[in-house]
Ligand binder design. Structure first.
Ligand SMILES: [Zn+2]
Length: 369
């Protein structure tokens, strides 16, 4: 049975930046107190808060028409801008408009699903979306998102899946189909635009990259293959990540920055976070895992990749020294190496990145607060 849920009912309970969609008889209301059963305490939510926009009132505008245009209510718009009389707005007046947070559909009260929870909601480019599912009885779950199937880790009537959203993913409604037993349900997940910087890499720094395409593409292929593997255990939504550096260091290049190189029209995005830490600063494992790679690379310099399980990998580049070898099992806080400036790097810094099913995602979403 395919239940296409079109009605956007306010049946969801937004908690901690996520959304819980429950199946309940019409008229029944109130918080679901057993959410913790399938939704452990979550790591810090970095993004997901709507970004307010500014609008200047034009001739012929009414507050009602502006509200419709931006998908908000007249009352919310009036309240946001301290307008006591909604029929009195002036041409040239500046308005602040909060983007509405889309709600999720209601689940059919008689379906196989009892609960569906998505975090964060709505998700943005570069984020990792976690989906928890609870059925009325032990079932087989399946999940597809944007036309791709994702594994669902199942425990009796509960299941969860981890979905990486590329920093370059198309924004707007993206179809998700979840199934419990033979009961299918479809919902549109509204992918929001991420907030990213633009960074122009000068020709002096980009020539070594652009001038050696064979070396660069060989390394790219090697890393792509590495990140495509999946160990069927390890990471769970209860896993935590600490910082790989102890202390505060300037963040010199944030995740997702759009990059242009010299005069080349090539555009890419920064797949991790850069921190300018002094040479020799210890680099620590942020979570448990197995070392998959520890060797010098052309672009990435002395590099370490840790496999945390379930398609979750973390990478550390440009180190001066490596303190682990492939196959080593590491515990949180274990020394991986030291900050350096090896590979294509213009100064001592640590580049830290996170991959989920091969897709680079924002590591800051995973930090322990
Ligand atoms: Zn970097």
């Amino acid at each position: 049975m395919l239940a296409v849920v079109a009605a956007l009912l306010l049946a969801g309970t937004v908690q901690a930046g996520g959304i819980i969609v429950v199946a309940r008889p019409p008229g029944e209301a109130g918080l679901q107190l057993d959410a913790a059963l399938i939704s452990p305490e979550l790591p810090r939510l970095l993004a997901g808060a709507p970004v307010p926009r500014d609008y200047v009132v034009q001739p012929g505008d009414t507050l009602g028409a502006i509200a419709v245009r931006f998908g908000v209510t007249t009352a919310a718009l009036a309240a946001e801008n301290g307008i006591a009389k909604p029929d009195r707005i002036d041409v040239g007046q500046a308005l602040r408009i909060d983007d509405p947070v889309p709600s999720a559909p209601a689940l059919p009260p008689d379906g196989a699903f009892e609960r569906l929870q998505l975090w964060p909601w709505p998700p943005a480019q570069g984020q990792t979306l976690i989906v928890w599912m609870q059925a009325r009885s032990a079932v087989t779950f399946s999940l597809s998102f944007g036309g791709r199937e994702y594994p669902v880790v199942t425990d009796g009537p509960q299941g969860w899946a981890i979905l990486p959203i590329s920093a370059l993913a198309a924004t707007g409604p993206t179809a998700m189909v979840v199934a419990a037993g033979g009961d299918e349900m479809m919902l549109d997940v509204p992918i929001q635009a991420g907030v990213f910087e633009t960074e122009a890499i000068p020709a002096s720094a980009s020539d070594p990259i652009l001038g050696q395409p064979a070396k660069v593409s060989a390394e790219y292929a090697k890393m792509t293959k590495l990140f495509a593997g999946e160990t069927p255990s390890g990471w769970t939504p209860r896993s935590r990540f600490a910082s790989p550096l102890i202390g505060q260091f300037p963040r010199t290049a944030p995740f997702g920055s759009r990059r242009t190189y010299g005069d080349s029209p090539a555009i890419s995005f920064h797949a991790g976070e850069d921190y300018a830490a002094p040479p020799g600063t210890p680099v620590l494992a942020p979570a448990a895992g197995v070392v998959l790679l520890a060797e010098p690379l052309f672009v990435r310099g002395n590099a370490v990749v840790i496999d945390h399980g379930r398609g979750v990998f973390s990478g550390y580049w440009h180190m001066s020294k490596l303190e682990v070898k492939p196959g080593d099992r590491v515990e949180p806080g274990q020394l991986l190496g030291e900050v350096g400036t090896t590979g294509l790097s213009t100064g001592a810094h640590l580049h830290w990145e996170l991959r989920v099913d091969g897709v680079a995602v924002d590591p800051l979403q995973w930090f322990e607060p």
